[in-house]
Design a protein around this ligand. Structure first.
Ligand code: SF4
Length: 384
């Protein structure tokens, strides 16, 4: 593989020989020189330093509805989410936090925009982290009180700047989207407020819906601070487009060694955000476990409806926890060979489907039997 990213500093030496994965496949891995960052802790999840890059998401239900919130937190946890954020837009939501935190199955970050009292309530309720921008809460005494509470409860604060939250003074005489420099200046304004209170338990995000802006902003920020960075393309869109934009922006940065935690923001069930985040990390070789499904694009040799078949197989295999690579291929000529990198695969042919395990054909099946046979094999492998 001979590409490299034509930017960044001394971050180009990240293709190294992959390690033996216990069988004949040796593959190159995208290994980065991780940017050195401070370590913080959101609940039991470490962020920064040499901690694994964590995957975050955000609940979409009404936080005042405790049962709905806890149920969604459970779904996120089951999907592999490391940290979930919940919005705290009003007093009733802040009051619900205590019960939510008693039942939350994973660390939770409270997202608070202006009302510092909600942040104080969240800290008392046992929240694992706060997301608010100290420059938005007004008086210095309020900031001091909040910082004191965060210190007492050992709660990190995420400063989250995005294109919509940049201060008017920075946008003066500027039209259109804020520039990367403006996003970073805004973030640094909030950082300095916390640092002036001797608070350093910080992580930062500078998100934009524009991938080039977001990438440039994180690069600038990475040169200014050693706090861990939370990556994301904000308002990324639907699973298809938003997933692509996020993979591009987040993937570029991680390949350069920038980023300690991430969220793929999608207009979708947040479980899909988690799946997309995990997929990005898995494809970068930074996360193990779970299903890795590849399928051929099909061509004139294919005799089955591969698109529907692959979608059904992916659905049936949702939630697999074991580390299994699965291939779905459209013909018996090239399929078995192209499926060699997988643990198990199916190659459809004329009136036949070949079950392939670790590069070898182990069964000839009727095409209509293939999906169930493949799913059974994957479950067996995942549980072995
Ligand atoms: Fe075409 Fe077969 Fe390759 Fe699929 S595996 S793209 S059907 S040649």
């Amino acid at each position: 593989m001979g590409f490299f990213f034509g930017f960044g500093k001394a971050r180009r030496d990240f293709f190294v020989k992959g390690e033996e994965r216990g069988r004949q496949i040796v593959e190159p891995e995208l290994v980065t020189t991780r940017r050195s960052t401070r370590r913080i802790q959101i609940g039991h999840i470490p962020i920064g330093g040499d901690a694994p890059i964590s995957v975050q998401s955000m609940t979409t239900v009404d936080t005042r509805d405790v049962m709905a919130t806890v149920n969604q937190l459970r779904q996120l946890k089951a999907a592999g989410c490391d940290i979930a954020r919940i919005a705290v837009p009003d007093l009733a939501a802040a009051e619900a936090l205590e019960t939510i935190m008693q039942r939350a199955p994973l660390p939770v970050v409270a997202d608070i925009h202006f009302n510092y009292k909600f942040a104080l309530m969240a800290a008392e309720a046992g929240i694992s982290g706060l997301r608010f921008n100290p420059g938005n809460i007004g008086s210095a005494w309020k900031v001091r009180e909040l910082v004191a509470s965060a210190k007492d409860h050992q709660i990190p604060i995420r400063i989250g700047v995005n294109a919509g939250s940049v201060e008017k003074r920075l946008l003066k005489n500027h039209e259109g989207e804020p520039t990367p420099e403006m996003l970073v200046e805004s973030a640094m304004h909030h950082v300095h407020i916390l640092e002036d209170e001797n608070f350093h338990d910080i992580k930062i995000s500078v998100k934009s819906s524009q991938v080039p802006t977001m990438v440039a902003a994180y690069r600038l920020l990475a040169d200014r601070v050693d706090y861990p960075l939370h990556l994301g393309v904000t308002e990324a869109g639907t699973p298809r487009l938003g997933g692509l934009r996020s993979a591009l922006g987040i993937g570029l940065l991680i390949a350069e060694g920038i980023g300690d935690t991430l969220r793929v923001s999608l207009t979708a069930d947040p479980v899909e955000e988690v799946a997309a985040g995990i997929a990005i990390l898995k494809d970068l070789g930074l996360r193990q476990g779970g299903l890795s499904l590849v399928s051929c694009p099909t061509c004139g040799r294919c005799t089955v409806d591969m698109i529907s078949a692959t979608e059904r197989i992916e659905k049936k295999l949702g939630g697999i926890q074991g580390d299994v690579r699965v291939a779905v291929m459209g013909c018996e000529v090239n399929g078995p060979g192209e499926a060699k990198a997988a643990d198990v695969g199916i190659a459809y042919g004329h009136g036949v489907a070949l079950l392939v395990k670790q590069g070898k054909i182990v069964k000839r099946l009727k095409p209509e039997e293939a999906e169930d046979a493949l799913v059974a094999e994957v479950h067996e492998m995942a549980n072995s």
